[in-house]
Design a protein around this ligand. Structure first.
Ligand code: KG4
Ligand code: ZN
Length: 342
């Protein structure tokens, strides 16, 4: 098979509560569509797997049709279909994967199974089409938090990461303590904007050297703080707690990411994952990079949370290497970070 220099790729993502489809021509995003079932899950305080699968089944045909229509691309013009095969909710993944297999088989084009986290890491290539490794990447999503060194497009070395909870998980837990609805991260960010960082919180391994962080101590401290204030009947500010948490949770990531880039001697810092949508993180990371003489390439906010353009972006890397998947590819609920990054 002859590989095209600038292929037209369809990306499909259905690992959690967003059914998404996007069309890329090379690295140019022609369309990027999402149908979200977040509002269905909001009343349960988290994603309900069975409801997510049903919502994907209802949305997949429409979201793909929309992506093709917006892109002005006919199905027959597609060169490959890239789809998330894991990690995620099994039933949810199977909807997107089965649809992608059917399409690839019917059109006689390659299927490219994409690891969801690799998709997050490839989102930066859409932001700056001239981006090239080596760079240091901050990965911060609902399930992972790590500082990575990328010598090439396909290899990542873990420099450090969380010893317990992921940053997004910590945001979601703090949201619950503060009585905020699902999804927690954006709600904590909105509340934090009304507060000040007045609550003294433990610094998470900040001065400990290395690139590891830990969120469990911070979370426990916050839970205790809120309970103690309530029991004593003392006044406390939810907005100040949100703001203090946001500073403590994110400052440490910014400081360690910039230090990693300087120590590795790379000129660029990239990032990926839902937490990178956080405005405070974006501002502080961009400012810290500027001060250190580094270039920050952060995906647009909507490409930090789950989307299909990032899946197609990783698909493009695989397409150019001729790495295609068999139609027997199965969905995988969990994939260890080690396996994800090699
Ligand atoms: O990458 P993502 O969309 O899904 C995973 O692959 O995990 O990340 C979701 C996580 C959630 O924990 C959510 O609370 C967090 O990203 N998140 C945020 C923000 N938007 C999403 N955390 C902080 N600030 C935000 N604005
Ligand atoms: Zn994600």
């Amino acid at each position: 098979m002859i590989l095209k220099q600038t292929p037209i790729l369809l990306g499909i993502e259905s690992s959690c509560d967003d059914t998404a489809a996007a069309v890329l021509r090379g690295k140019e995003v022609l369309s990027d569509e999402i149908i979200s079932s977040a509002s269905i899950h909001a009343r349960y305080g988290g994603v309900v797997p069975e409801l997510a699968s049903r919502a994907h089944t209802d949305a997949i045909g429409e979201v793909v049709a929309r992506a093709l229509h917006t892109a002005g691309v006919k199905r027959e013009e597609l060169d490959a279909v890239a789809v998330t095969y894991g990690a995620g909710l099994l039933g949810a993944l199977l909807v997107g994967l089965s649809f992608a297999k059917g399409l690839a088989y019917g059109l006689g084009i390659p299927l490219i199974g994409v690891n969801h986290i690799r998709g997050h890491l490839a989102a930066a290539y859409l932001e700056d089409r001239s981006l090239e490794p080596p760079f240091v990447t901050l990965l911060a999503s609902g399930g992972h938090t790590a500082i990575l060194y990328a010598p090439t497009e396909t290899a990542f070395e873990v420099l450090g990461g969380t010893l317990d909870d992921a940053a997004g998980e910590a945001f979601d837990k703090v949201a619950r303590v503060l009585g905020l609805p699902y999804p927690g991260g954006p709600c904590v960010e909105a509340l934090a904007r009304e507060g000040k960082p007045t609550v003294a919180l433990p610094k998470m391994l900040k001065g400990a050297g290395g690139y590891n962080v830990s969120y469990s101590g911070l979370k426990t401290f916050l839970v205790n703080y809120v309970h103690t204030m309530e029991q004593r009947g003392e006044e406390w500010s939810r907005a100040d707690v949100a703001c203090s948490f946001q500073h403590a949770a994110l400052d440490v990531l910014v400081e360690k990411t910039v230090r990693a880039a300087l120590e590795k001697g790379v000129p660029v810092v990239t990032a990926g994952g839902g937490v990178i949508a956080n405005g405070y993180l974006r501002e502080t990371l961009e400012a810290a990079c500027r001060a250190a003489g580094l270039r920050a390439v952060l995906p647009a906010r909507k490409r930090c949370t789950d989307n299909a353009a990032m899946i197609a972006s990783e698909g493009l890397i695989r397409y150019r290497l001729g790495e295609f998947s068999p139609l027997s590819l199965n969905a995988q609920a969990s994939i260890p970070l080690r396996e994800t990054l090699c």
